[in-house]
Design a protein around this ligand. Structure first.
Ligand SMILES: NC(=O)C1=CN([C@@H]2O[C@H](COP(=O)(O)OP(=O)(O)OC[C@H]3O[C@@H](n4cnc5c(N)ncnc54)[C@H](OP(=O)(O)O)[C@@H]3O)[C@@H](O)[C@H]2O)C=CC1
Ligand SMILES: CC(C)(CO)C(=O)C(=O)O
Length: 311
């Protein structure tokens, strides 16, 4: 039986649950990257500088937009925990989720942005809600959760980003499974060229400077091996982007290749291939939209125009 956490909550506990408009102490947000800001904005009046938000999404750049657009005042911002989540989940129905593949949950509280992530943060600087949520998640066996330093988490996030920047758009554009991108010379060429740009941007990121071994960990060859391993281990799966395109949902491309392009621009590194891939995915989504809009039978030739006022 999993261990039961009998420790009292660090917060004022009452026998009544807090009202629906009361302050939220701990919040876990597991929406797509492009929905996260809006999901938080909707309940931002209930979040205080004592709250902790745990963000579970793929891609990069979400936290920065939440800070800029939802909590612009650094003195009144909630605390955050960021994650890299590698379990496989599938939705059967509303509120019915299947655990399809066991992975891990790597967690790290987000440090003060003025302190480089390479500086270890002392545990006592974490807010009570952050400590509580971190302890709760790491003591939940099915999550296989481990806590990392901000610098450690950032490196796992960037590895996952590199994987998502290759597998997701290639499978979405070619409408194939993750494994199918492994057995074609053409896919291999595209993969290598994308990874050259991705590696150059990651290795130049100011937030990674000073961490030993970055050039090796994020070399194009190491990233390629990472992509190939994950594509083989999930060979029969359809990537989330392939599913999003086919189900006519917004994709996370802006937070994958889009982020690489934007950070590359800041660093003076041109990422023409990632730019192209991002636009090919957007174009595929736009083609679906216009085809389906065109499929609505509107016979404009036979529309009779009258000067009569509308009834
Ligand atoms: N699924 C997986 O196996 C994995 C997913 N991830 C990442 O996790 C993130 C979430 O993925 P996934 O769970 O698959 O995504 P889904 O789209 O399946 O689920 C997202 C959920 O967010 C809800 N939502 C959307 N907008 C809002 C809002 N404004 N307020 C409240 N709730 C909202 C949706 O509600 P509704 O049902 O009403 O639409 C839905 O239940 C993504 O970044 C994904 O890449 C990472 C690793 C594995
Ligand atoms: C790792 C991968 C590519 C697995 O499908 C994924 O994270 C996704 O589909 O978004």
């Amino acid at each position: 039986m999993p261990p039961v956490d009998n420790r009292p909550s660090p917060f004022n506990s009452t026998s009544q649950p807090p009202p629906d408009n009361g302050p939220i102490e701990c919040l876990i947000i597991c929406t797509k990257a492009h929905h996260t800001e809006l999901a938080i904005k909707d309940i931002s009046h209930r979040l205080t500088k004592d709250s902790t938000i745990c963000l579970v999404h793929n891609g990069m750049g979400v936290l920065e937009s939440i800070n800029q657009n939802v909590f612009p005042d650094p003195n009144n911002r909630p605390h955050y925990i960021q994650t890299v989540f590698s379990h496989g989940l599938g939705r059967n129905d509303s509120f019915k989720i299947s655990h399809l593949g066991v992975g891990t949950t790597i967690l790290s509280p987000v440090g003060d942005p003025s302190i480089p992530p390479t500086t270890p943060e002392a545990d006592h600087t974490w807010a009570p809600s952050t400590k509580y949520l971190l302890r709760l998640l790491t003591l939940t066996p099915p999550l296989v959760a481990v806590a990392e330093t901000p610098a450690g988490l950032l490196q796992y996030q960037l590895e996952k980003l590199a994987v998502n920047c290759v597998i997701n758009p290639l499978t979405a554009l070619s409408d194939c499974t993750n494994g199918e991108i492994l057995y074609s010379f053409s896919f291999t060429r595209v993969m290598r060229l994308l990874l050259f740009e991705i590696s150059a941007v990651i290795c130049a990121l100011p937030e990674l400077q000073g961490i030993p071994g970055i050039e090796d960990r994020f070399s194009p060859e190491r990233l390629r091996r990472l992509v190939v391993n994950i594509a083989s281990n999930t060979a029969k799966n359809h990537s989330s982007m392939q599913q999003d395109i086919n189900q006519r949902r917004l994709t996370e491309i802006e937070y994958f290749n889009g982020w690489i392009v934007r950070r590359g621009e800041e660093l003076g590194i041109k990422c023409a291939l990632n730019y192209m891939i991002k636009h090919l995915v957007a174009a595929k989504a736009a083609t679906h939209r216009s085809r389906e809009a065109g499929a609505i039978p509107l016979d404009l030739d036979n529309v009779i125009s009258t000067n009569e006022p509308p009834i």
